[in-house]
Ligand binder design. Structure first.
Ligand SMILES: [Zn+2]
Length: 182
């Protein structure tokens, strides 16, 4: 499974298109107006993380989380609408090793295995090895060879599931969701 940001999840739209569409519709119902993307709070940026194969950020004020866009690294909480900082966008920081992190996580086949917060690349690779996964999804030769010899299916041992965080039933995966206990 590919690790993805908001663009493919919401039908290949930019964050600005999403802002002007579904996000503003939702905000209007709360009598909130979303500012343009360049109205960004200048304090510490949020750190993006991977949750079940999705790049998300967590709201530091209310604990809700939402999808983030790599190409436009800013975040608006769709629960509290960044009210504490006057409704401005928050900056989002993606890890420098984003490509490697995605590559390692994509070698894990199930979305619930694809989580990253602060682990080093070596730690992530060690987890893959521990669970019989290759350390790189992009090593196509490895996969082709394993597939041919029937080894892939035999190695599919379930990994430890992600912590018990679930999308609320009334929200689509990839839409904003609560992160309990944060
Ligand atoms: Zn919030």
């Amino acid at each position: 499974m590919k690790v993805v940001d908001g663009r493919p999840i919401f039908g290949n739209v930019s964050l600005d298109e999403y802002r002007r569409g579904p996000m503003s519709d939702r905000a209007r119902r709360r009598l909130v107006t979303i500012p343009p993307l360049d109205r960004v709070d200048q304090t510490e940026p949020l750190r993006a993380r991977v949750y079940r194969g999705l790049w998300i950020a967590d709201c530091p004020d209310c604990g809700a989380a939402g999808m983030v866009w790599v190409e436009t690294p800013v975040f608006m909480c769709q629960v509290c609408w960044n009210g504490r900082i006057g409704g401005l966008w928050r900056g989002v920081e993606f890890p420098v090793e984003r490509g490697e992190i995605e590559d390692i996580l994509e070698a894990r086949l199930l979305p619930q295995e694809q989580n990253w917060t602060s682990e080093t690349l070596d730690e992530l690779r060690a987890e893959n090895v521990q669970h019989g996964r290759p350390v790189s999804a992009r090593s196509a030769e490895y996969w082709a060879e394993r597939w041919e010899h029937g080894a892939v299916a035999r190695e599919l041992v379930p990994m430890e599931p992600a912590p018990a965080e679930e999308f609320p039933a009334d929200q689509l995966p990839g839409d904003e969701f609560q992160t309990p206990g944060v």
